[in-house]
Design a protein around this ligand. Structure first.
Ligand code: NDP
Length: 398
């Protein structure tokens, strides 16, 4: 079979000859007891770069030893990109949310052999799920592989925004020492009201991690958490997102992007937030309206915005979020730490082994199967597509 793998570019200076740490911690299980990816074997060293082109997710030996063809490219956008040409006869496509190959309906319909789209990570909104269902293409992702990585990034961002870390760091880098400038937007999070839209794996982990900061915790979700968790964390549940954002100093976004959540934080919802609140979004860029966020930072309705997700990706060089005031954006990195890469590379290998051996893929990994939403997909996504506008990614110039 032909496997097409779209990965982000190698480091500009080439692959590292050494890494800061000699090894990464070996985890026994995920916080809810779910087992980590368990492929029969791996051909990579955990802790090394795997998500870039030369890293190949550690898959080449395994695939070629088993008689398959592996094509790896980062050239994924614009007319005549390599990925589009290779897609025509590919059986399996692997893509990462950090450098997403947008599998639009048009692309899916051209890929006559396509059987499965694997997300090496979490979040399959870069695939037109409706078109996948209509064309009998299965969609799977590596559930939980980087949820904790993202929650760590989010806690970092909440603290960085509220304490105004970026401004203080910039003062030091420029040789300055003006303390008044450094602290005129700096607060403690202690005592603040912090809320998450969705309390799934990431959202709940953020709540748990923020608890020791002595804050008041809130959440909104379609399903309620167990009573024991609500009382352990002293959570306030909100029946609507509007009710939650009205009382929170910090709001974090942790739901998947699907037609129901696209453009959720538009001008209207942002205007219902507490004046001067902070918004942190590591879920998906399209959940927050691009211009509404920038305008709210200009007006002071928002005091800060941070996250690592954009739409499209890569974000065009002139994307307004790159230069709006008081932002703490990173490129899409939270779920692709070296630690996370080892887990999703192993998860991708597990999925491929199951597929080639005709064994069932774990239910929590399933998004679309046999023409319908399945597994996690049936629980967390809705039918339809959230890929519209993705062609703008071609505007990014390296
Ligand atoms: P989970 O599936 O564990 O959690 C998703 C939660 O979102 C569920 O609790 C689900 O609710 C809830 N949800 C779905 N739709 C809505 C809605 N309309 N309103 C409110 N809540 C909703 O996934 P994770 O926590 O692991 O990941 C969440 C998202 O984070 C991913 O889908 C992905 O987009 C993003 N992500 C980003 C990464 C990054 O690198 N920045 C990496 C990993 C994930 P319920 O189950 O009750 O239906």
């Amino acid at each position: 079979m032909k496997v097409l793998c779209i990965l982000y570019d190698d480091p500009k200076g080439g692959m590292p000859s050494e890494y800061p740490l000699n090894s990464i911690p070996k985890l026994e299980k995920y916080p809810d007891g779910m087992t980590l990816p368990n492929p029969e074997s791996i051909d990579f060293t955990p802790g090394e770069l795997l998500g870039c082109v030369s890293g190949e997710l550690g898959l080449r030996k395994f695939l070629e030893d088993n008689g398959h063809t592996l094509v790896v490219t980062s050239d994924k956008d614009g007319d005549n990109c390599t990925a589009d040409k290779e897609l025509l006869d590919a059986d399996i496509v692997i893509s990462q949310p950090f450098w997403p190959y947008y599998l639009t309906r048009e692309r899916i319909e051209k890929a006559k052999n396509l059987k499965m789209a694997i997300t090496a990570g979490i979040g399959s909104d870069h695939v037109d799920l409706q078109a996948a269902m209509d064309n009998n293409v299965d969609v799977v992702e590596v559930t939980y592989c980087n949820s904790i990585s993202v929650s760590e990034h989010q806690v970092m961002m909440i603290l960085a925004l509220v304490r105004d870390y970026h401004n203080q760091y910039a003062i030091v880098r420029s040789g300055g020492w003006n303390i008044a400038d450094a602290v005129s937007r700096s607060y403690d999070v202690e005592g603040m009201h912090i809320g998450t839209v969705a309390a799934g794996r990431i959202g709940l982990s953020v709540l748990r991690k923020m608890k020791p900061f002595d804050v008041n915790l809130h959440y909104f979700d379609r399903h309620r958490l167990p009573k024991s968790v609500e009382s352990e964390l002293n959570l306030t549940f909100h029946e609507s997102v509007e009710s939650m954002v009205a009382v929170c100093d910090v709001v974090t976004v942790n739901c998947p992007l699907h037609p129901e959540t696209e453009d959720l934080f538009n001008e209207n919802l942002i205007s219902k937030m507490k004046k001067g609140a902070y918004l942190v979004n590591t879920a998906r860029g399209k959940i927050c309206n691009r211009d509404a966020v920038a305008q709210a930072l200009e007006s002071g309705q928002l005091s800060g915005y941070a996250g690592d997700v954009w739409f499209p990706q890569p974000a065009p060089n002139d994307h307004v979020w790159r230069n709006m005031p008081n932002h703490g954006m990173t490129p899409h990195t939270s779920g692709t730490s070296l630690s996370a890469q080892a887990r999703y590379a192993a998860g991708t290998r597990e999925i491929l082994e199951c597929f080639f051996d005709n064994r069932p893929i774990r239910t929590p990994y399933l998004i679309v199967q046999n023409g319908q939403l399945a597994g996690m997909g049936a629980h967390s996504y809705s039918e339809g597509s959230a890929t519209e506008g993705s062609e703008e990614a071609a505007e990014y110039k390296k």
